[in-house]
Structures are given as structure tokens and as C-alpha cells.
Write a protein that binds this ligand. Structure first.
Ligand SMILES: *Cc1c(COP(=O)(O)O)cnc(C)c1O
Length: 376
């Protein structure tokens, strides 16, 4: 096409594209740099020491060679960490890649995928990228999931996030068991925040041919930039995800660093998870002191329902602190109904960073109120 005659609409949708891709938008949270970034739930204490050392020492040697086809040594290290056989593990380029591959492996184009709402915003995107149809299942007013509502959708795949992003709330084990019992399809449980929670359903994978538990090294392990995700499930199930994922998805550097972290950095991870739990409670208490009703979290972030979340996040960013605003979450609970689904999600880091966040929050709120005055 002659670029001189290109119209805005032809740029958006040239004739060669797929129909089902038209409604798909790029995932675009505000990623402008901020002094203190509490917007994406990564590890604010940094990278664990053995992983850092491995990257410094191994980097140059690794880059001219292809990595292991299916990351077999990493699978062994993950299996030992999780306590399952290596045949029950599949890895990927971040758990996003594992989720995408699993949807592609188990869903035919046109099939339904049940997705709780509110939950992880990437999943409906991955569903559409694979020509599946996402069906939102509202969480209950206690952030639980109704197994009957899930069964009613007759989905080929059910996605459950526990602890759930962005609410931080765990989906109780009996609910997951009920969903497995009352649906026929594959059940994917996203445990990206498992290390910060009290429970995991990994133990259910050995007894179920349809349960896939997805995990990541991006959050508790502090390796988001390396892109290492994995899933645990019945060997026949993970083999299908591996086919769909394809070879060479974990880079050689990422594989070595992840193995180092899994085998040598367990104490570092445990110590920082403990700090997260303490600071999570402290931050929640500070929000309550301000008359805000934060949602009880089992993850490394807290969702605080506040009116004008976008403006507050902008005001906080002006003071060097990034948090994630949500302006219209489905208002499933009294706390979310009180703000019309407006809330900010704050990642838990060192207490000094959370103090700075609270200070920025207080200023952003006051400024917001002052701006309101002329409109009253
Ligand atoms: C952060 C996150 C992930 C993904 O992470 P990767 O970096 O792709 O491993 C997956 N699921 C949820 C719910 C998350 O919050």
C-alpha cells in the first residue's frame, strides 16, 4: 500500500489480519519510570544473590549457544522446589507464556473460557489471541467463586487466580475442588503469588488429570526481567502445554539464574516473603487509619478502594511513587461498591517505600480535594 494514501482505519486493520484480532488491544499499563515503582508486584528488594552472581559469571558464555530445548535442568530444580516429579513440570517465557500456551493447547477456536471478574486482565487477552471466547464470572461479595456459576458457562477451560490479582484474596480450596468436580474442562489455577499465601493446590495435581497450577519466578523470586514461568500438572497434561509452547522458550541465562535462585536463594526468598507479610499488615492498618477499607490480601500487594483512583495515582506519580489505579473494577463487594469500583493497588516493598507511598497518597488526596472545591 502506498503510505501516502493510508487512512487511519487501514492502519488499524489492513485486509490481511484476522477478524478475531480486531478487538484485541495491546496490554498498556502506564510504565513511565518512577523513583519507587509499586505498580507491578515485583520484588522491591531486588534480585536474590546467587541468581545475580550466576548472571554476572555466565552471561557471555551462554549467549552464543542455543538454550536447552525444554529446560530439563530447570524442570528438575523446580520439581525439587515444589515437591513433585519433573515429568509434572512445564516451563515458559514467563507464566504469561505458560497461560497463553495452555489456552492454545486445550481450547479450540470458538470455545469458551470462564474467567472470574475482577481478575488478571491478561487472561481475556490471551483467550482472544487464541480465538477463544472469555466469559466473565463475577466473584461473590466475599471474593469467592460460585462453582455453580462456573458450571453454567460450560467452558472448555476455567481460569482461577489464587491469590487473585488485583484483589489479593485467595480462592478457598473447597471452591477449587468444587469447580473441578462440577466442570468437565481444564481448570487452570494461577498461583503467581503462592509464596505469600497460606495455601496452594499443587497437591491436587497428582490426583487430577485436568488441573494445571501455574507459577512464576517474577514475583517472590525477583526475576521478572528474566521471564521464567512454569506449571505443574499431570504428565500427560503438561506434555500438551509443552507442545503448544514450543522449544527454546526459556533463555540460557534465565535458566541458569533461575536454577541458582531455586537451589541457593531459598533463605533470601523466605526472609523477604516474611517482610512482605509484615509490611502488608502495616500498610493495611495505615489505610484503615485513613478511613479506607483495604481488601484483606494474601499476596504481595494491597488493593485499597478509593474514589478517583486515576487522579490519585497521577498525583502519587508526581511525587515519584507509581501504583496501579483501577477506575472501574466490577463492584462485587461492599468495599468496591462504596467507591464505584475505583481502587489503587499498591505492591508491598520495604517499609521506607511504603511510608513514601502513604505520604504521596495523603498529598494526592488533599490536592484532589482542593481541585474539587471550585466544582462544588
Ligand atoms: C504477575 C502475574 C503473572 C505473570 O507473570 P510472568 O512475569 O509472566 O511470569 C501471572 N499471573 C498473575 C496473576 C500475575 O499477577
Amino acid at each position: 500500500m502506498d503510505s501516502g494514501t493510508m487512512t487511519a482505519s487501514s492502519v488499524r486493520r489492513p485486509a490481511v489480519t484476522r477478524e478475531c484480532y480486531a478487538p484485541i488491544e495491546l496490554y498498556a499499563p502506564n510504565r513511565d519510570p518512577a523513583g519507587i515503582d509499586l505498580s507491578d508486584n515485583t520484588n522491591r528488594w531486588g534480585i536474590p544473590p546467587a541468581a545475580a552472581r550466576t548472571i554476572r559469571e555466565d552471561m557471555v558464555e551462554r549467549v552464543t549457544r542455543y538454550p536447552d530445548l525444554y529446560a530439563s535442568s530447570l524442570k528438575r530444580a523446580l520439581a525439587a522446589y515444589v515437591g513433585v516429579d519433573p515429568s509434572m513440570i512445564v516451563t515458559g517465557c514467563g507464566s504469561d507464556d505458560v497461560l497463553d500456551s495452555a489456552i492454545r493447547a486445550f481450547g479450540e477456536p470458538g470455545d469458551r473460557i470462564a474467567v472470574p471478574d475482577p481478575s488478571f486482565a491478561m487472561v481475556p487477552l490471551f483467550a482472544r489471541m487464541n480465538a477463544l471466547v472469555p466469559r466473565a464470572i463475577p466473584l461473590t461479595d466475599r471474593y469467592d467463586l460460585s462453582a455453580a456459576a462456573v458450571a453454567g458457562v460450560e467452558a472448555r477451560i476455567t481460569y482461577i487466580c489464587s491469590p487473585n490479582n488485583p484483589t489479593g484474596t485467595p480462592i478457598p480450596r473447597p471452591t477449587i475442588e468444587a469447580v473441578l468436580a462440577s466442570s468437565d474442562g481444564v481448570v487452570i489455577v494461577d498461583e503467581a503469588y503462592a509464596e505469600f499465601a497460606d495455601d496452594s493446590v499443587v497437591d491436587l495435581t497428582s490426583a487430577s488429570a485436568r488441573l494445571l497450577v501455574v507459577r512464576t519466578m517474577s514475583k517472590a523470586f525477583g526475576l521478572a526481567g528474566l521471564r521464567v514461568g512454569y506449571a505443574i500438572g499431570n504428565p500427560a497434561l503438561v506434555a500438551e502445554v509443552e507442545k503448544s509452547r514450543g522449544p527454546y522458550k526459556v533463555s540460557g541465562i534465565a535458566e541458569r539464574a533461575a536454577i541458582a535462585a531455586l537451589t541457593e536463594d531459598a533463605d533470601w526468598v523466605r526472609a523477604h516473603v516474611a517482610l512482605v507479610r509484615t509490611n502488608r499488615d502495616r500498610l493495611s492498618a495505615e489505610f484503615r487509619r485513613r478511613g479506607i477499607d483495604p481488601i484483606p490480601s494474601a499476596a504481595n500487594f494491597v488493593l485499597a478502594p478509593v474514589r478517583g483512583a486515576e487522579e490519585i495515582a497521577r498525583g502519587m506519580r508526581d511525587r515519584g511513587v507509581a501504583v496501579r489505579p483501577f477506575s472501574q473494577l466490577r463492584a462485587v463487594s461492599p468495599a468496591l461498591r462504596a467507591t464505584g469500583g475505583s481502587a489503587i493497588r499498591v505492591s508491598i516493598g520495604p517499609w521506607g517505600e511504603l511510608e513514601a507511598a502513604l505520604d504521596a497518597f495523603d498529598h494526592a488526596r488533599i490536592e484532589g480535594r482542593e481541585e474539587d472545591v471550585p466544582c462544588v
